[in-house]
Design a protein around this ligand. Structure first.
Ligand SMILES: Cc1ncc(COP(=O)(O)O)c(C=O)c1O
Length: 460
């Protein structure tokens, strides 16, 4: 049998099956050992279990409930739409009012990026898949059918469909599902804490990582590459924040070789790192954006793939392959789009990108306090997106994994103290609702101090 992958969460013993549900991202034997935590209710930045115990949601469920739980405005929009029409397809040439409104609104929001078209779907993996397929179709319409390869970053996460999984840069999401798709290649990214070049400054890291990107492009052959796809801040990979010049430098290199830039904005879209989209935070306009999560804060599943005018214009010409033979039964779902319109009203009215920037700066300041615990090897983040990287030994940087006793203790102590915290691999991920205040940060930090101190005592 193969050795377990280093960051996968495994259970040692197989108990009898009592829970028929396969939970995502875990060996099914693990949830069998203890009953699943059942979340019964939500209110703002808090959720409640069935016994009524309250928890601060430090991860906005899955980086997505950005406006907070149970907002009456979104409920009202969904109910109003439900009273008119729960669902009708948008295939071929049918539309519905919430979908049409949302499409227009997104074009206005992302006018600085020159976005011109949007295709809706049911989530982030769908949005990524749509981006990859339309990028390939674009090149066929442009008369470059040989431009098919997709480059992405190691430790990048682009969802679970076969295109996204083939672009993912972490073996955890790949090995069990191989063979993946041909034509996908991952480039070493600018991960300061564990970079393979021994770079010790931002300038060095920037130079090494951009050189690596350009070398890969030249090695693969620029005329065979359709697109480069990346997250503005790598989320599931461990909240890896690139050096300030990385996105601009990367865009320059892509432009030099005519390669499309797909920004995977599934986490960073709609404010999380302090601007309406993540690429904008780096001063870069992508060609294609994959969005989901914060588009309607998870009230109803929804994804969106936006194309800029350069890409959209390819469909203006007559071509035998011009029909978009892609789309989902739930593309433009009226309830999801109604929820998105109400959600985006809140994002704008409450300036959630601005709040994420301001409260995020305060949060990062407070998180620096965790430097006092030897098990916290690195502290990093941008806006309301942060990670504490847990290690057994600061000098070797050996990861302290989620499945190990001190990390389990951390999660349990935090939960007992009233906060849901998430450790992924060896990174404690912090991605609260964007309506977080400084007081919420203080509440979270106080609980984390208790939890990390006890975990540190357990780690020795
Ligand atoms: C950057 C990124 N892309 C794509 C996805 C996939 O989204 P979904 O889980 O909605 O399919 C995720 C999910 O976390 C993500 O973080």
């Amino acid at each position: 049998m193969n050795a377990p992958l280093p960051h996968a969460e495994h259970a040692a013993v197989a108990p009898s099956i009592t829970n028929p549900m396969l939970h995502p991202m875990v060996d099914p034997k693990l949830p069998e050992r203890s009953p699943a935590m059942c979340i019964a209710r939500g209110d703002g930045v808090y959720v409640f279990d069935e016994a009524g115990k309250r928890y601060l949601d430090t991860v906005a469920s899955l980086w997505n409930v950005n406006v907070g739980h149970n907002r009456p405005e979104i409920r009202a929009a969904i109910v109003a739409q439900l009273d008119k029409l729960a669902y009708y397809s948008t295939f071929v040439n049918t539309t519905n009012a919430p979908a049409a409104e949302l499409a227009t609104r997104l074009m206005a929001m992302f006018a600085p990026e020159k976005m011109a078209r949007v295709m809706f779907s049911s989530g982030g993996s769908d949005a990524v898949e749509t981006a990859i397929k339309l990028a390939r179709q674009y090149w066929k319409l442009e008369g470059h059918a040989d431009r098919v390869k997709i480059l992405s970053l190691k430790l990048g996460y682009h969802g679970v469909h076969f295109g996204g999984a083939s672009a993912n840069g972490n073996p955890l999401f790949r090995v069990a599902y191989e063979p993946l798709m041909p034509g996908f290649f991952q480039v070493e990214g600018p991960y300061a804490y564990r970079n393979p070049w021994g770079a010790t400054s931002e300038e060095q890291l920037l130079a090494f990582s951009l050189a690596e990107l350009e070398r890969t492009i030249q090695y693969q052959g620029p005329s065979t590459i359709a697109a480069f796809m990346a997250e503005p801040v790598q989320g599931a990979g461990g909240v890896i924040v690139p050096p300030a010049g990385y996105w601009a430098g990367m865009r320059r290199i892509l432009d030099q070789y005519g390669i499309l830039l797909i920004s995977d904005e599934v986490v960073t879209g709609f404010g999380r790192i302090g601007s309406l989209c993540g690429a904008r935070a780096w001063g870069v306009a992508p060609d294609i954006m994959a969005m989901a999560k914060g588009i309607n804060s998870g009230y109803v599943p929804l994804g969106a793939t936006l194309l800029n005018d350069r890409v959209a214009n390819a469909w203006k010409r007559d071509h035998p392959l011009a029909a978009v033979m892609h789309g989902y039964t739930y593309s433009g779902h009226p309830l999801a789009c109604a929820a998105a319109n109400a959600n985006l009203d809140i994002v704008v009215a409450e300036d959630l990108p601005g709040n994420a920037a301001a409260v995020g700066t305060y949060m990062m300041g407070r998180l620096r306090e965790f430097d006092r615990y030897p098990m916290v090897g690195d502290i990093r983040g941008k806006g309301l997106m942060a990670a504490l990287e847990l290690v057994k030994d600061r000098s070797t940087k050996q990861p302290l994994l989620m499945a190990e006793a001190p990390a389990q203790k951390l999660v349990q102590v935090a939960r007992d103290a009233g906060a849901i915290v998430r450790i992924q691999g060896n990174r404690l991920i912090i991605s609260p609702p964007l309506v977080f205040t400084r007081a919420h940060v203080d509440e979270m930090v106080a609980i984390l101090h208790t939890a990390v101190a006890q975990a540190q005592a357990a780690a020795g």
